[in-house]
Design a protein around this ligand. Structure first.
Ligand SMILES: Cc1cc2nc3c(=O)[nH]c(=O)nc-3n(C[C@H](O)[C@H](O)[C@H](O)COP(=O)(O)OP(=O)(O)OC[C@H]3O[C@@H](n4cnc5c(N)ncnc54)[C@H](O)[C@@H]3O)c2cc1C
Length: 372
């Protein structure tokens, strides 16, 4: 393979106490929290919209706000669903704690709230590198239509979902081997569905391996006959949409390493084709879908798993199944351990008796002092 040398001196166009990289659900919450604490905060996002998987990936419902019927998530996540409800864009108080919402409204709400809090938004800017002075990050390098640019930051929060900043900064990370990596999924939304007859639109408390067992059987038979590609679930429900007549569907599957650009390209192309095939099948075979229209596929494929930082502490299966208190607990979680199999279309769900805790040390990558 040919190699070239590439080095540039770039202008430093912004300076922040806290620089948040990635504007998905975690980046939005991190930036909002930092700005409200009085930090000069900037947020860099590669796309023109905020929300990450919840908007561009069409993933939903937001899970899980409850444990055993009791609300355990408060703060900014709760504020968001309450504000979305006010816009007519969320159903926040279902017993299961899963919150269907309107992705389009999250796209509007998130920048509104960040701007009100004083966050500097830098959209259409991709993090491409990180500059270190020994154990400290000094700058993050971004790329946008103006070229390469530097941003100076005292603290950097990596919310890229792929640990891009940690990776570029040389922090240690882990990645599952392909045969244990969870598959990618292209979500899609259908309209003109007879949702009243279809039912099963709301995720049951605890979640389920599929929302529609009878449809699953029909699909499985078609896969057996070689008429359809493999699928997971399917979860056909109110997730990233909650309008009568609309459903969001989680069922396409492809395993692979989404940090490999060729694999990612293949996933985008193949899974959008698969979504079309599933849509056509549902329309042809299932009466509630006979007049359905394909409203949209995800702007990008849904990625469940890539790099994981090696934190000062790593949460274990035991910590989740038999929760204990940590001196530095920063949040609770209650979604089951939910692993979509790399091979085939199965899913392993391990139910939780109690909410688990996550200690702050999990967010601190080894070897770098000012990166979360
Ligand atoms: C198919 C699928 C189904 C799921 N189902 C559910 C569900 O039903 N309920 C639920 O609660 N969760 C679900 N999840 C999980 C949920 O999507 C994630 O937990 C959530 O999106 C994590 O948020 P995040 O902000 O960490 O990452 P992301 O949502 O991935 O956001 C990352 C953000 O960073 C940006 N970014 C990435 N790289 C760069 C870069 N180099 N420079 C600048 N910006 C960058 C991205 O554009 C994006 O905006 C599902 C995930 C998948 C893939």
């Amino acid at each position: 393979m040919e190699h070239i040398e590439f080095a540039q001196t770039v202008p430093v166009v912004a300076e922040a106490d806290v620089l948040v990289c990635g504007g998905g659900p975690t980046g939005i919450a991190a930036a909002l929290a930092a700005a409200r604490l009085g930090c000069r905060t900037a947020l860099v996002e590669r796309y023109g919209t905020l929300g990450g998987m919840a908007t561009v990936g069409l993933v939903g419902p937001l899970s899980n706000y409850n444990a055993n019927g009791v609300r355990i998530l408060g703060g900014i996540p709760e504020e968001f669903i309450d504000d979305l409800e006010e816009l007519g864009g969320a159903i926040p108080h279902l017993p299961g704690g899963y919150v269907p919402f309107e992705a389009e409204m999250l796209k509007i709400l998130a920048p509104r709230k960040l701007k009100t809090a004083g966050v500097q938004l830098m959209l259409h800017s991709t993090v491409v590198d990180a500059v270190r002075d020994q154990a400290r990050l000094t700058h993050v390098v971004i790329s946008n239509k103006a070229g390469f640019r530097g941003v100076r930051a005292r603290v950097v929060i990596d919310c890229t979902g792929d640990a891009d900043v940690a990776f570029r900064a040389g922090a240690p990370y882990e990645q599952s081997p392909i045969d244990r990596m969870q598959p990618m999924t292209m979500m899609f939304v259908l309209g003109n569905v007879d949702t009243e007859s279809l039912g099963g639109l709301l995720m049951k408390p605890g979640g389920t391996p599929t929302t529609h067992p009878a449809i699953r059987e029909r699909l499985a038979a078609a896969v057996e006959r070689g008429e359809l590609p493999p699928f997971g679930g399917p979860w056909i429900q109110w997730g990233s949409t909650m309008r009568p007549g609309y459903v969001s569907i989680n069922m396409t599957r492809m395993r692979g390493d989404a940090t490999d650009p060729d694999t990612l390209t293949e996933a985008e192309l193949r899974l959008r084709e698969d979504a079309w095939q599933f849509f056509s099948f549902l329309r042809r075979e299932i009466p509630e879908f006979s007049k359905a229209v394909l409203v949209n596929t995800g702007f990008q494929v849904g990625i469940r798993e890539t790099r994981r930082i090696v934190g000062e502490y790593q949460l274990t299966k035991e910590d989740v199944l038999n929760p204990k208190d940590f001196p530095d607990t920063i949040c609770l979680g209650s979604h089951p351990i939910d692993v979509h199999h790399s091979e085939g279309t199965g899913q392993s769900l391990m139910w939780l008796k109690r909410p688990y805790r996550i200690p702050y040390r999990c967010l601190l990558p080894k070897g770098i002092s000012n990166l979360l």
